[in-house]
Design a protein around this ligand. Structure first.
Ligand SMILES: Nc1nc2c(ncn2[C@@H]2O[C@H](COP(=O)(O)OP(=O)(O)OP(=O)(O)O)[C@@H](O)[C@H]2O)c(=O)[nH]1
Ligand SMILES: [Mg+2]
Length: 443
């Protein structure tokens, strides 16, 4: 079994995704992809050239931007500064955290026919190729072309041709490119840009850099889900493989708490981070998965007819979970909850049994789907302003918990990890299956 890094281990080696952007329409694009509006120079040391100044945001601390503003293609001196910066920061001997992870070469979409690439654009492409750093050509403000009277599909083809010609002149492969707009109704390609960026990062930077990208970006939910599934359960696999010293003593509820933190970290939701890692929310999630434990005798704990989850009961459940000792009399009757599940959670040493795996997988999928709901709520909410509160989180939770989706997720997990025999330990297969469960449930 492999012992791949967890999300927190990856982010400990490299906290932020470092991106260089040049050209027109950068700031708006960055705001959109990272969902910020406060990005600014964070470390203004006198004498630093524009590109050397790190631009960061309090609203999303997982990226750092280097804006090559002021870089005039015709001005050799300013170009040299940009070139030196990129060359220096793409040295493979540098730690991952110090390197440039991607370049977005933004070109304003021509609205009247195509225009040849500027010398500066060509230089950036050559440089990225020479330094082997991921580059995406981003044709910005695409809506301005599309909204023109008489616009036809195919009007953009000439610009693609020009890019291809430039690549062949420079003797480099045609770079990946995409048209984007930040305007409402025209912004459907933003998640595509995120996916393309992920692909070029995977190709050139290799390793886990794509995970840092997945965490930093806030425009592609599928990419977040992919990272959660690929990495979020790694603490569990590590524990099982004996990679963590003393792990024989790790209890199931500790492992679930770790998986929970990993996924929340990947979601990168600083507004709600405290709420999301709070015990109250974690225990709600435990409540949902109790029917995955065959020994507890808990049938599915709910049905739509039962209505809202009783929060008071959950709070009691929470206290029990942390305080439980086998000596306590079974309180199951009071709560209508499975005492045996609590006891099992708190005393089960992490082992490779079907019950453990089923609970872990269900927990992972349930949590991801609640977070997807929360994101929908957050998007509605941010337009009316205000911070995320427990009310939204509870609403998101209830929306998932009361949907027909939830029991069907559990059914699929039960089909995946049967009652008997040793569970599958083939990571690739398990991940693929979890991914397909989430995908089917979202469509
Ligand atoms: N129609 C349209 N306008 C856009 C779009 N993106 C940016 N703009 C406009 O284009 C102008 C420049 O956008 P910015 O994102 O600030 O460009 P920038 O590259 O950061 O500019 P500098 O910081 O001055 O180098 C602004 O007036 C934006 O409102 C878009 O997708 N569609
Ligand atoms: Mg700008």
């Amino acid at each position: 079994m492999s012992t791949e890094a967890t999300i927190s281990e990856i982010l400990a080696t490299c906290e932020k995704f470092r991106i260089v952007s040049s050209g027109a329409g950068k700031s708006q694009l960055i705001n959109h992809v990272f969902q910020v509006n406060d990005a600014k120079v964070s470390d203004d040391r006198p004498g630093d050239a524009e590109i050397e100044k790190p631009i960061t945001s309090q609203q999303n601390t997982r990226f750092v931007l280097h804006d090559s503003r002021g870089f005039e293609p015709a001005n050799l001196e300013t170009f040299n500064i940009v070139r030196d910066f990129i060359e220096q920061k793409s040295d493979r001997n540098l730690e991952l955290r110090d390197r440039v992870h991607a370049v977005w070469l933004c070109i304003q979409t021509p609205t009247h026919g195509a225009r040849v690439l500027e010398t500066g654009d060509e230089e950036v492409l050559k440089l990225a190729h020479r330094c082997q750093i991921p580059v995406v050509v981003v044709f910005t403000q695409f809506d301005r072309l599309v909204r023109q009277p008489g616009y036809k599909e195919g009007d953009f083809e000439a610009s693609v041709q020009i890019l291809q010609d430039a690549a062949s002149k420079l003797r480099i492969p045609v770079p990946r490119y995409i048209t984007v707009s930040v305007r409402k109704k025209y912004d459907k390609n933003i998640p595509v840009l995120v996916d393309i960026t992920r692909e070029v990062v995977d190709e050139h930077v290799k390793g886990d850099a794509w995970v840092i990208w997945s965490v930093a970006q806030r425009a592609s939910v599928p990419l977040k889900i992919e990272a959660c599934i690929a990495k979020g359960m790694n603490s569990y696999w590590q524990a099982l493989s004996g990679a963590i010293p003393g792990v024989g003593h790790m209890l199931l509820h500790q492992c679930l708490a770790t998986v929970h933190r990993e996924i929340i970290m990947c979601w990168n939701f600083p507004d709600a981070e405290n709420l999301l890692i709070d015990d109250k929310f974690r225990h709600l999630m435990l409540y949902v998965v109790q029917d995955m434990h065959t020994g507890s005798g808990a049938a599915s704990a709910h049905g739509p007819e039962e209505g809202k989850v009783n929060l008071e009961k959950i709070t009691q459940f929470l206290d029990l979970c942390t305080a439980i000792t086998p000596a306590i009399a079974p309180p199951a009757a009071i709560l209508g909850l499975a005492y045996l599940f609590l006891k099992w959670l708190s005393s089960e040493v992490l082992e490779n049994t079907s019950d453990v795996q089923r609970v872990l997988i269900a927990y992972t999928v349930d949590l991801i789907l609640v977070l997807v709901e929360l994101l929908n709520f957050a998007l509605l909410k941010t337009s009316t302003s205000g911070k995320m509160t427990w009310t939204e989180l509870d609403e998101a939770f209830q929306a998932y918990y009361r949907s027909p989706l939830q029991p069907s997720v559990h059914k699929r997990v039960r089909d995946l990890v049967g009652q008997h025999g040793r569970p599958n330990l083939d990571l690739v297969i398990i991940r693929e299956k979890i991914e397909s469960i989430v995908k089917e449930c979202r469509s």
